[in-house]
Design a protein around this ligand. Structure first.
Ligand code: 4AD
Ligand code: MG
Length: 442
């Protein structure tokens, strides 16, 4: 019985002249008379397979000839060095078509449909997302994405953080009411969580160093290249730490993600046309910090219409980050621009001790975080000045009555980070089934 192997192993050179069995899907096929060339792929690569009459039964050759693109197939044969290309191919001696594709409805994601879409953006490709997933571009994105998730877990676990889960059904906003998803909840109203943070703060006195990677939800009506309604949120919270400590983790995490991608996914990044020198630069250099006030001055000097006190939306961040060589932290936003949980700066309470991390190349915000308001008195003042009802936050206020300590944390948009590092045009390109205001299918 021939050895079952991944295509990448057959291509490695280590199995030359050996009998192997490959399982995969037909990527390309061409036959003339008594010879059939089929390229098959699995998740590790693709290989040309050559079937010649005489080397296998006629019935099997006919079965192979009739297997059209995306049919699933098991081929056995001998791995041969292909003299012309310097690569490897399979000399086929056995064929089993497992899941044939009906020739009356061939695989709809053709190369021309892909070219027309240029990055997965047409409605046709979004409607056929379940099939689009197996194209090489999407598969590449999914592998890069998986490495980013792995890097986040390894960063926090290496530092003895505890992975901790918060509920998705919640009673109140974290990031303001305008992007809350309301859901009927047995005669009451509930919301889908915007962030794990408030529930992590409750566990901070128990576990001190916490993290998660979980979906967060935002009812973002506008469709932009960086907004999803359901996105993957990596969040962390630490006891006994302030804005600077949290920023140090954010910076170290992002650089660790870059290093991990260089180790694990250089080939994939290059296949997307990504310049690895850029990723190396992000991995190796410190991220500067600038205060909000300075960013506003820079923008105003560039003729941008913005006033002190406004939050920076995407259009402003894009202008600001276009010339950044590496990610930059923006710190000390005005108190009026940020939600109640941000701690006012004891040196000047017009500001809060917070930060956003802005990615270069025009990508903008990938992290939002800071120090938390941690005394009962101060949190009540902040909630009241915001005009937010206290009731949904009783548990949050209560935590501050029993041994409050300085603490802080951040949230990193995982899809945004993947989009930036993969050089995607749109955040939808890097998530298997994107959700936005117009789409919940497939
Ligand atoms: O800046 P945000 O709103 O901060 C929070 O939610 C804090 N409670 C996090 C914390 O301190 N634990 O969101 C954090 C990050 C943003 O920087 C962005 O990267 C991402 O989450 N994000 C989105 N990503 C995709 N689609 C959206 N609609 C997003 N909204 C936020
Ligand atoms: Mg933010």
């Amino acid at each position: 019985m021939a050895k079952e192997t991944w295509i990448s192993d057959a291509l490695s050179g280590a199995l030359t002249e050996q009998e192997v069995t490959l399982k995969g899907w037909v990527k390309r096929t061409r036959s003339s008379g008594k010879i059939c060339f089929v390229t098959i792929r699995d998740s590790t690569g693709s290989i040309q397979c050559v079937a010649k009459a005489g080397n296998l039964e006629d019935e099997q050759l006919d079965a192979l000839k009739s297997a059209i693109i995306e049919s699933s197939i098991i081929l056995s044969g001998t791995v041969k060095e292909d003299q012309r290309s310097g690569g490897y191919e399979l000399a086929v001696s056995g064929v089993e078509v497992i899941g044939p594709v009906n020739p009356d409805s061939p695989f709809p994601i053709t190369e021309s449909a892909m070219e027309a879409a240029d990055g997965g953006e047409t409605e046709f490709l979004l409607d056929n997302r379940h099939l689009y997933l197996r194209t090489s571009r999407m598969t590449t994105m999914l592998k890069i994405r998986s490495s980013v998730f792995g890097a986040i877990h390894s960063y926090f676990r290496n530092l003895d953080f505890t992975e901790y889960q918060a509920p998705c059904f919640v009673a109140g906003a974290v990031e303001g009411g305008s992007t809350l998803f309301e859901v009927p909840y047995f005669g009451r109203k509930a919301y889908l969580t915007q962030s794990w943070q408030l529930y992590a703060e409750a566990a901070m006195p128990a576990l001190e160093r916490l993290y998660t990677i979980a979906p967060s939800f935002r009812a973002e009506k506008s469709r932009t290249r960086r907004h999803l309604t359901e996105f993957w949120h990596a969040e962390m919270e630490i006891a006994w730490g302030g804005n600077e400590d949290v920023m140090a983790h954010g910076e170290a995490l992002v650089r660790h993600i870059c290093k991990t991608l260089l180790e694990e996914r250089s080939e994939e990044l290059e296949s997307l046309g990504r310049d690895l020198d850029l990723i190396r630069r992000y991995a190796d250099n410190p991220f500067p910090r600038i205060r909000y006030d300075e960013a506003i001055e820079r923008l105003q000097a560039l003729g941008v219409d913005i006033e002190w006190g406004q939050d920076l939306d995407y259009s402003k961040e894009k202008i600001l980050t276009q010339d950044f060589e590496v990610p930059h932290f923006l710190t000390h936003y005005p108190r009026i621009a940020k939600p109640f949980y941000h701690r006012p700066d004891p040196e000047d309470s017009k500001y809060v001790l917070c930060h956003d991390l802005l990615a270069p190349e025009g990508y903008g915000e990938i992290i939002g975080g800071g120090e938390r308001t941690w005394s009962e008195e101060e949190i009540l003042e902040r909630i009241d000045e915001e005009g937010t009802p206290r009731e949904p936050y009783e548990f949050y206020i209560d935590v501050r009555r029993y041994g409050g300590v300085p603490h802080g944390g951040f949230g990193l948009g995982v899809d945004r980070v993947v989009s930036w590092l993969a050089g995607a045009e749109h955040i939808r390109e890097v998530i298997p089934f994107p959700r936005d205001s117009r789409r919940v299918t497939p």
